[in-house]
Write a protein that binds this ligand. Structure first.
Ligand code: SF4
Length: 384
């Protein structure tokens, strides 16, 4: 069966031709399908967005001012998904800044997850005893306006990996308690196959490291990057991927093909979704996304309450809203389609799962439970 059957949304070739025309480059499918061409032709400047979209005054000011602290970039592939006439388009809200980014909301922080305080070597964050976060790059294919690491990515804040890799690997060699390394950034899949292969090989050579994961938004922003050669590198080093999708419109036939290639290559796929106001804060939007992901063999893993990053208050929902949405999902659909709703505790407390109370109480080994319909049931322990 063709990938279109499993995709949830598709873009007409005419829109791609239109995007190329507006960017002033001829449309050529071979170029379009080349990830390096996509990177070279990203939209980064106000005048490019002006040609592609009916910009609001707030977006115009956002593109002029907000990009000074956190760059703007969108691949032509992702830009073709944006509704040019609707400022509320869920794709547009994720990547086109508005002047709201200049506002400071209650609770806003520059480094909400306290990563800088747990940094042991530049780019290496050791917060949980057995796990580290390794920020390998500070660039992404496109920039999400709610990014937790906007303080680091896009502006060249990190030293190039080549200058700090020996110190990071020496730390990992010495710390035998570390069994799990998450490569993130920035997006690690922007490295060349050769560089990624070398890095993963050096990590795999450390005996006590059992589990390698990569956090990436590439399959959505740049599905062309998921080549058979890249899949071979990921497979060789037994890597798990944490993908990032926020709306069902992102699940195009090209994305379906990229996910198929990864799944067929034996790469386990999970998805991290950020709960965003106007993008996916309805039960329909979340359900469509999670069902669409399952069709692509991607397991919805975490739904994040948006981190209180400076200038992102306009994209955050309340926690109460998140709890309500989760209550409407749990039990009403396949368990695999329901991720864990978490808050990354501001200040470096780590991920805390949150859910409306399902345990009503317990006495003498009898547990009183509330199910998805709000009905009460009891479970008795075998030992009292
Ligand atoms: S892809 Fe990840 S690191 Fe890059 S801007 Fe988006 S959220 Fe931030």
């Amino acid at each position: 069966m063709k990938q279109e059957a499993f995709a949830s949304y598709s873009v007409e070739t005419t829109r791609r031709e239109e995007v190329c025309g507006l960017l002033g480059v001829p449309y050529d499918p071979d170029h379009w399908n080349d990830w390096r061409w996509q990177m070279r032709h990203r939209l980064t400047r106000l005048e490019q967005f002006e040609r592609l979209l009916d910009l609001t005054e707030s977006e115009r000011r956002g593109l002029l001012l907000a990009s000074e602290k956190f760059s703007v970039a969108v691949t032509p592939e992702f830009a073709a998904l944006i509704d040019p006439h609707d400022p509320g388009c869920p794709i547009r809200l994720q990547v086109v800044p508005t002047e709201n980014e200049l506002l400071v909301s209650p609770g806003d922080m520059t480094d909400p997850c306290g990563e800088d305080d747990s940094s042991v070597v530049e780019g290496l964050v050791h917060r949980y005893p057995d796990r580290v976060l390794f920020l390998v790059l500070d660039t992404c294919a496109a920039y999400c306006r709610y990014c937790t690491r906007s303080r680091l990515v896009s502006q060249g804040e990190l030293e190039p990996l080549g200058r700090r890799i020996d110190a990071a690997l020496a730390y990992l060699q010495q710390h035998t308690e570390v069994r799990d390394v998450l490569l993130s950034g920035g997006d690690p899949l922007l490295m060349s196959d050769h560089t990624l292969d070398q890095l993963l090989g050096r990590l795999r050579a450390i005996d006590h490291i059992e589990f390698l994961r990569i956090g990436t938004r590439i399959p959505g922003f740049l599905p062309q990057r998921i080549t058979p050669e890249l899949v071979r590198v990921l497979r060789k080093h037994r890597v798990w991927l944490s993908l990032h999708f926020c709306h069902v419109k992102e699940l195009t036939p090209e994305v379906a093909e990229a996910c198929d290639r990864l799944a067929d290559g034996g790469i386990p796929l999970g998805c991290q979704t950020v709960l965003l106001k106007g993008v996916n804060d309805s039960v329909e939007a979340l359900r469509d996304l999670f069902h669409g992901l399952l069709k692509l063999r991607v397991r919805p893993y975490y739904l994040y309450q948006a981190d209180p990053v400076l200038g992102t208050g306009h994209l955050r929902t309340t926690v109460e809203k998140g709890l309500e949405l989760m209550a409407q999902l749990r039990g009403h659909t396949t368990g695999y389609a329901v991720p864990t709703y978490v808050i990354d505790a501001p200040g470096g407390g780590g991920k805390v799962p949150v859910q409306q109370d399902t345990i009503l109480g317990h006495e003498d080994g009898v547990w009183s439970l509330r199910n998805w319909q709000g009905r009460t049931y009891t479970y008795e322990d075998v030992e009292r």
